[in-house]
Design a protein around this ligand. Structure first.
Ligand SMILES: Nc1ncnc2c1ncn2[C@@H]1O[C@H](COP(=O)(O)OP(=O)(O)OP(=O)(O)O)[C@@H](O)[C@H]1O
Length: 287
């Protein structure tokens, strides 16, 4: 992408979004924007609606009301694969890959969302892909090489954590490495916007700090990338977020810089259910 191109991109826009489940207002009239190049953290106590919001943005849930726009185009109601192909990638709390696939194949599969987008937004069908593999068409050979280069870059981003283990099945990885693999899989698709669902869950403080540095390096390298990170670990949130949105009972309770949003008395109260205490600076998981 050209250096200045993203300045005209309206990014991801969430407009008066609601999702109700028979009386439960899981997400209730939520609006915000994620601009290209921005890192926004979505925090809130258990049941605040964070997971439901991620499900709505990635097309897994349909909203009861409201709209989601990506680059000015309405995406609510589109299928998850379509949304991924339009450049909105997401990670899952538990690894999405088949556990028996190798680390390498898991990430290679991840590249498909990006490559299948095609040069003119054309959808490339699976049948065309198989034919390409069988007949070794030059275009497909080139695509294959492109996919392998993306997979290699995504794995090497994690230093020697994943690359030397690329031949191992995903299930043999440590928990932290499975979280890393999940992020590598998302990045391999070259998304323009990424939703990370609790990327540091189960990581110890030093692994969490390492992840924060990795995300900062990613931003430095891809200045137009927009990140929306759902995370309970406030050490990570304070390190990486430009802006924090605090959800409580489906609604936006506070928004601002990490210091403004997280030290807000109502936020402290919502998190801990009592006043005069500070929000969780420990890496305790509240899920
Ligand atoms: N499929 C569903 N059917 C009924 N209620 C649901 C459904 N999904 C979520 N909810 C309810 O919506 C509310 C928000 O849940 P959600 O999982 O989005 O919160 P969360 O902020 O992600 O919580 P956590 O931090 O525990 O993951 C909760 O009251 C939950 O019970």
């Amino acid at each position: 992408m050209a250096a200045a191109a993203h300045t005209h991109d309206p990014g991801l826009r969430v407009d008066a979004l609601s999702r109700h489940f028979s009386g439960v207002k899981a997400v209730d009239d939520v609006s915000f924007r994620l601009a290209p190049g921005e890192t926004v953290a979505l925090v809130g106590p258990n049941g605040a609606g964070k997971s439901t919001l991620i499900q709505l943005l990635s097309g897994i849930e349909r909203p009861t009301a409201g709209r989601v726009l990506l680059g000015g185009r309405r995406i609510d109601g589109l299928a998850p694969e379509r949304i991924a192909r339009l450049g909105l990638g997401r990670s899952f709390q538990t690894s999405r890959v088949f556990p028996a696939l190798t680390v390498w194949d898991s990430v290679l599969l991840g590249t498909q969302a990006g490559l299948l987008r095609g040069r003119h937004g054309r959808l490339v069908t699976a049948a065309a892909e198989v034919a390409g593999e069988l007949f070794g068409l030059p275009g497909w050979r080139r695509r294959r090489a492109e996919a392998e280069a993306l997979a290699e870059a995504a794995l090497k981003r994690f230093g020697d954590r994943l690359w030397p283990r690329r031949g191992q099945p995903a299930f043999s990885l440590s928990y932290a490495n499975r979280r890393r693999l999940e992020i590598a899989r998302v990045l391999a698709a070259q998304p323009r916007f990424v939703l990370l669902d609790e990327p540091a869950a189960g990581m110890n403080p030093s692994e969490t700090a390492e992840l924060a540095e990795l995300l900062l390096a990613l931003r430095a390298e891809q200045p137009a990338l927009g990140l929306l990170v759902v995370e309970h670990k406030l050490s990570l949130v304070r390190r990486i977020a430009d802006r924090v949105i605090v959800l409580n009972q489906g609604r936006v309770l506070a928004t601002g810089t990490p210091a403004e949003a997280l030290d807000h008395p109502e936020v402290v109260e919502a998190y801990l259910g009592r006043s005069r205490a500070r929000p969780v600076e420990s890496d305790a998981h509240h899920g």
